[in-house]
Design a protein around this ligand. Structure first.
Ligand code: SF4
Ligand code: SF4
Ligand code: SF4
Length: 275
């Protein structure tokens, strides 16, 4: 398991106010567009969630959940079936388990707080996916893993992420992580449900995408983010043992790519030692 040396404080975050989301999916489209992801043909599904899940090509998906919403009308408390959309992408964990699990150091945290995968270094072993509590990184047809980048290229150019900028109802508040966590604590003090602050049950500690919802949409948070993490730290236990095997496989692959045709494996080894 590699130690994470990048800063875990500072940088940016996003507050997601689920009460304001109307499920228009403009954020999905903006993400595809800005990040050069190809448009995908979708099919009607009974859940409205469309496309149905994150993929290597789709980094943001609006999930729809159905639940019982409590409405208070004067002294009367009513329960009714309600549908709530939840825009979802990489959570950009403060202490990302995916980066710790990666045996070749292909995942790093930028000074903006974005957790990014270096496609050129990724060897497609899948440890990031196994370690991610949110089941985010997905394997592409080239064998490498892909996910949301927090639009770090836009942030570095002084802009907000594409999904944040396009949302017509102001669901997302983007800003320095200290301001975002402080705003989230204020919402919690008002009695709203908050997810992403002070997570103690998994290695990621907290997330840079923090979700808030009022009681009548709280069910969407508990369905999207179950009390227990989707992955446990147990999956990381095999990493140090397996790392040598994975690395040697990756090195063999790289050497075979670097080897001029006609040159035997032994020759390149001798050459490497002699140089
Ligand atoms: S663009 Fe805003 S309102 Fe529309 S689905 Fe995304 S978060 Fe919800
Ligand atoms: S949500 Fe998953 S992929 Fe994203 S930073 Fe956290 S562990 Fe890594
Ligand atoms: S931050 Fe950028 S890459 Fe991430 S979901 Fe939003 S638009 Fe997509």
């Amino acid at each position: 398991m590699s130690a994470l040396t990048q800063p875990q404080t500072g940088g940016y975050g996003v507050l997601v106010d689920l009460d304001k989301c109307i499920g228009c999916r403009a954020c999905e489209v903006a993400c595809q567009d800005w990040n050069g992801r190809r448009a995908v043909k979708t099919e009607f599904s009974p859940t409205f969630t469309n496309p149905p899940d994150l993929t290597a090509n789709t980094w943001k998906v609006v999930f729809f959940y159905e639940g019982q919403a409590q409405k208070q009308i004067g002294s009367l408390s009513l329960s009714q079936i309600s549908i709530a959309p939840v825009p979802y992408q990489c959570m950009h964990c403060l202490d990302p388990p995916c980066a710790r699990a990666c045996p070749v150091g292909a995942i790093s945290v930028t000074k903006e707080g974005a957790v990014v995968i270096d496609k050129d270094l990724c060897i497609g072993c899948g440890y990031c996916q196994a370690a991610c509590p949110y089941n985010v990184p997905r394997q592409g047809s080239d064998g490498k893993f892909y996910k949301c980048t927090l639009c770090v290229d836009r942030i570095q150019a002084g802009k907000a992420p594409a999904c944040v900028e396009v949302c017509p109802t102001g669901v997302f508040t983007f800003g320095p992580i200290e301001q975002i966590t402080s705003a989230a604590r204020q919402e919690a003090a008002k009695g709203r449900t908050v997810y992403g602050l002070d997570l103690t049950d998994y290695i990621g500690r907290g997330t840079r995408w923090i979700y808030v919802a009022s009681p009548d949409r709280q069910f969407a948070i508990s369905q999207r983010f179950p009390g227990k993490p989707l992955r446990s730290l147990g999956v990381l236990k095999g990493v140090p043992k397996d790392r040598d095997r994975i690395l040697s496989r990756a090195c063999r692959r790289r050497l075979s790519r670097a080897r001029p045709s006609g040159m035997a494996q032994g020759e390149i080894k001798r050459k490497t030692r002699g140089s």
